[in-house]
Design a protein around this ligand. Structure first.
Ligand code: NDP
Ligand code: MG
Length: 383
């Protein structure tokens, strides 16, 4: 029985993780759930699952959550600091980091410091501070299990192969809703179009990142740290059907792939249940429904965010942190109709050129870099 804390239980990954827990009562127990602003859903989840503790990060909503749960034996906390504390609770075995963005960094660090296993959905954490996080995890003997479907695929391909060196990995990308479009066409695209992903139903931020291919760029950096790879060992191929979730090539030239219908519940369950494959009733894949699986080069000239992410990884240091902060500002500005789709890349590129580079950042450097990059990119939005 694993006792789970879910950071971001009200989101796309969080709600699917709750479905996995509900379907596997003999394997998982829910200890903690947290949300930012969706107090109604957090309350409903708390009443249904009776966790030990809940956190509402938005402190203005504390009274509402506390009042709604006053007759339950559930501790209610509020604020960002409470997120850092609940992950340390003695009754928690594993923390599923399913909150979005840089906000996941501090609680993930605290969970690792407390020796908790991590099921990592919050890829921004590894993009911002991959070196620091992976070194800390090694020092504490903590395993980080990937939830991202591509990284789960690679992890699944590596089962039984951990002593065999990887030659390279190939991350698949759907290409998003704008695959094949020219830069001129992208000039005109709307928020509503960008929010319509062909294969996956996800939170707004990652859906925009998927449309701009920044999601794949973040995943390249995430993979580097998760699997300890050199930059030249990571490739991206566009695979519009999203059936092959990613591939590993070994030193004898053999390639292993993991396949399945696009459904995040499988990688969530694999991360939480590792090393076991729990029986599930997820829909099964049928090859005859997909007579063609196709592959293309990503278009790095049109989808500049992917190139910018490769550049940031190449430069290392705090550059991926700058990229991430600028991207978070750019995406939320795009979602507020303040900038166009292509302007997001302009903001990120300018910000990468403006914020001071630090080759070997400390945690404090990351915090300062994130703050400065947000200020700079917000100025760029207003221009
Ligand atoms: P959602 O936007 O659907 O959910 C985000 C969750 O985080 C919500 O519970 C939200 O609370 C909470 N949250 C947001 N901001 C804060 C904050 N500042 N402090 C505390 N909690 C916060 O995102 P997704 O579920 O789509 O994605 C979560 C993470 O998983 C991301 O890093 C994403 O890249 C990654 N991921 C997602 C996939 C997917 O299929 N969705 C696939 C692979 C990776 P509330 O809603 O209450 O405001
Ligand atoms: Mg992914």
């Amino acid at each position: 029985m694993k006792r789970i804390a879910i950071l971001g239980s009200t989101g796309s990954i969080g709600t699917q993780a709750l479905e996995v827990i509900e379907a596997n009562p003999d394997s998982f127990e829910l200890e903690v759930i947290t949300a930012h602003s969706n107090a109604d859903l957090l309350i409903a989840q708390a009443l249904a699952f009776k966790p030990n503790a809940v956190v509402i990060a938005n402190e203005d909503l504390y009274d509402k959550v506390r009042d709604a749960l006053q007759h339950e034996d559930i501790k209610v906390y509020a604020g960002a600091n409470a997120l850092n504390s609940v992950v340390e609770m003695g009754t928690v075995d594993m923390v599923l980091t399913a909150m979005v963005g840089y906000a996941g960094l501090q609680p993930t660090i605290r969970a690792i410091q407390a020796g908790k296993e991590i099921a990592l959905a919050n890829k921004e954490t590894l993009v911002v501070a991959g070196q620091l996080i992976t070194e800390l995890a090694r020092e504490k003997g903590v395993n980080i299990y990937p939830v991202d479907s591509e990284h789960s695929a690679i992890f699944q391909c590596l089962a039984g192969e951990f002593h065999n060196p990887i030659e390279k990995i190939i991350l698949t990308a759907s290409g998003g809703p704008f695959r094949g479009r020219s830069a001129a066409e992208l000039q005109q695209v709307t928020k509503a179009q960008a929010l319509k992903h062909p294969n996956w139903d996800m939170g707004a931020k990652i859906t925009i990142d998927s449309a701009s291919l920044m999601n794949k760029g973040l995943e390249v950096i995430e993979a580097k740290w998760l699997f300890g790879l050199r930059n030249d060992q990571i490739e991206v191929v566009v695979h519009p059907q999203s059936i092959i979730h990613s591939l590993v090539q070994f030193e004898d030239g053999s390639i292993k792939a993991q396949l399945g219908l696009p459904d995040m519940k499988l990688p969530i369950q694999y991360a939480m249940g590792y090393p076991n494959r729990l029986k599930s009733s997820f829909p099964r894949f049928n090859f005859l429904d997909y007579p063609q699986l196709t592959f293309e080069q990503p278009d790095l000239n049109t989808f500049r965010n992917l190139q910018l992410a490769f550049n940031a990884m190449e430069q290392g240091g705090n550059m991926p942190c700058i990229l991430n902060a600028a991207n978070e500002v750019a995406v939320s500005s795009f979602l507020r109709d303040e900038v166009g789709f292509l302007e997001m890349s302009d903001i990120i590129e300018s910000c990468m050129a403006k914020v001071a580079y630090i080759a070997n950042p400390s945690l404090e450097d990351y915090v300062n870099t994130d703050r400065e990059a947000r200020l700079r990119s917000t100025e760029l939005v207003k221009r």
